[in-house]
Design a protein around this ligand. Structure first.
Ligand SMILES: O=P(O)(O)OC[C@H]1O[C@H](O[C@H]2O[C@H](CO)[C@@H](O)[C@H](O)[C@H]2O)[C@H](O)[C@@H](O)[C@@H]1O
Length: 259
């Protein structure tokens, strides 16, 4: 396969490159229980290696930054920056910065259990600054997700939150920021000269768009799977085979820089 132009730019000037990576489905294999997700075994060492070669490595995730740090064993990865809650939170060198909790969260948290009452296998993930409704554990995950879309959207509108859809998940979170604004601001802060972003879910499309909007040589990578979305694949320059494929790609980039 021909090397995309953005990747060639990264290899030619690695210290100008920002590598942005989603967590679930990209660095961490998808598992049924969100609490048991952990970074790919090759992840921490590879991120540390890459971090020493490129301008910056950032994990951009819908998870709370502290959760990504814990599940990703990222505290031991020098220089890595974690932009959590779609950029609302930032973790760097052991310091977490975060705004106050959105006032609509309390009511969302109180009312969501009623919406999933009588739906066996549906579960809530309370992330403090957002709440996610998961349907992966139900008998019909997609149909259940579709049935919950309208009531969840109505509640979100009433409390001033946005709905972020993902893989068998509807998340209620503060509006006004997404992975695109988070990545775009990080690229400007680091005066990036090239960028790679890898993701696997709908929330990552904003980051793909930010790569394009930056005007930098850039490459978008889709971490594909059996749950693959054609919409995301269509917007990616490269498609790899899930977190295993992401690890292989990152290793090949590190190898090529060191060569
Ligand atoms: O931005 P991300 O790092 O990709 O986070 C997006 C959501 O990921 C998690 O849910 C997804 O992964 C789970 C564990 O593999 C899986 O069980 C679930 O079905 C997926 O939707 C996380 O639990 C959510 O809070 C994140 O928003």
């Amino acid at each position: 396969m021909e090397t995309p132009e953005g990747l060639r730019a990264i290899l030619a000037d690695p210290k100008g490159a920002v590598i942005g990576l989603d967590f679930d489905g990209t660095l961490s294999p998808i598992v049924p229980d969100p609490d048991t997700a952990r970074i790919h075994p090759r992840g921490p060492a590879l991120l540390a290696r890459l971090g020493g070669l490129v301008g910056a490595v950032a994990v951009v995730t819908g998870r709370p930054a502290a959760t990504a740090v814990e599940y990703g064993s990222l505290a031991g990865v020098p220089g890595v920056v974690v932009l959590g809650h779609y950029g609302l939170e930032r973790w760097e060198a052991g310091t977490l910065t975060a705004p106050p909790v959105h006032p609509g969260l309390a009511r969302a948290r109180a009312e969501l259990p009623r919406l999933i009452e009588g739906v066996p296998g549906a579960r809530l993930e309370d992330k403090e600054r957002s709440v996610a409704v998961h349907t992966r554990g139900t008998a019909a995950p997609q149909a259940t997700l579709d049935a919950l879309r309208d009531p969840v959207a109505k509640l979100a509108a009433e409390v001033g939150l946005a709905v972020e859809p993902g893989k068998f998940v509807l998340e209620l979170r503060p509006p006004g920021i997404d992975k695109g604004t988070a990545l775009g601001a990080f690229l400007a802060e680091r005066a990036a000269r090239s960028v790679l972003f890898a993701g696997d879910d709908l929330g990552d499309l904003a980051a793909f768009a930010a790569v394009r909007a930056s005007g930098l040589p850039g490459v978008t990578v889709f971490s594909g799977s059996a749950e693959a979305s054609a919409e995301i694949a269509a917007q990616a320059d490269l498609v790899v085979d899930g977190p295993d494929g992401v690890m292989d790609l990152l290793a090949s980039i590190a190898d090529a820089i060191e060569r």
